[in-house]
Design a protein around this ligand. Structure first.
Ligand code: DC
Length: 203
């Protein structure tokens, strides 16, 4: 059985948390595709050529803990605007999506470019203020030196770059279900997605 779930949305919309929970519920594999771009962005900050990094990236070498900070997030958004970098990461993502047993991929262009044939497509969003508050708490709880205004500015700058780039911009697929988590608990959002996947499985 292969069943692909594509989850897109802006930064801190809840898409990662929902994707992880849904994958665990069904026993599907989960790929946070943002980590691929973050890994390339982090190496660019160290002076490496992003294209060479993307072409030689080994998924098992990625250390998520080292990549979840604002500086790497902005660098990820910058390298993600380079079409050749995106092309270098395409095959790995498509192969992951087709793996036996089901797969959930979350990112910005999963339903539009990586897996336009996905069985279930979601676009998870929330207001700027709700997303910034979530990200602020996440980073502050890790002891990072952040302010609410700084996090909001960072998110907006990143969303603008991600939505306005020419190559695979952030946008909902035409057939995506929109889930606004501004006033929805994660449990309710997960329950909604679980029932949508169950319907796709019975088709
Ligand atoms: O999901 P994230 O915040 O970890 O993603 C970091 C950056 O990577 C994001 O600002 C844009 C880029 N990205 C992308 O262009 N396409 C994806 N499928 C995933 C992430």
């Amino acid at each position: 059985m292969t069943l692909t779930v594509a989850v897109d949305g802006p930064a801190a919309s809840g898409k990662g948390t929902i994707s992880k929970a849904v994958a665990a519920h069904f026993g599907f594999a989960h790929l946070d595709t943002g980590l691929l771009y973050r890994a390339v962005g982090a190496q660019m900050l160290l002076g490496k050529d992003p294209l060479i990094v993307a072409q030689t990236l080994q998924a098992e070498d990625i250390d998520p803990g080292a990549l979840r900070n604002s500086e790497v997030a902005q660098a990820a958004s910058k390298v993600a605007a380079i079409p050749e970098v995106r092309a270098a990461l395409l095959d790995f993502q498509r192969a992951f999506a087709r793996r036996a047993g089901g797969a959930v991929l979350d990112g910005r262009d999963i339903g539009t470019v990586i897996c336009p044939e996905a069985d279930v497509k979601l676009y998870v969003t929330a207001s700027d203020e709700v997303r910034a508050e979530r990200r602020f708490l996440e980073l502050a709880n890790k002891g990072q030196d952040v302010t609410r205004d700084g996090v909001l500015d960072d998110l907006r700058a990143r969303d603008k770059r991600d939505s306005e780039r020419a190559s695979a911009p952030l946008k909902p697929a035409e057939d995506a279900t929109i889930i606004d988590t501004s006033d929805l608990s994660i449990d309710d959002a997960v329950a909604r997605v679980v029932s949508q996947i169950e319907m796709a499985q019975s088709d």
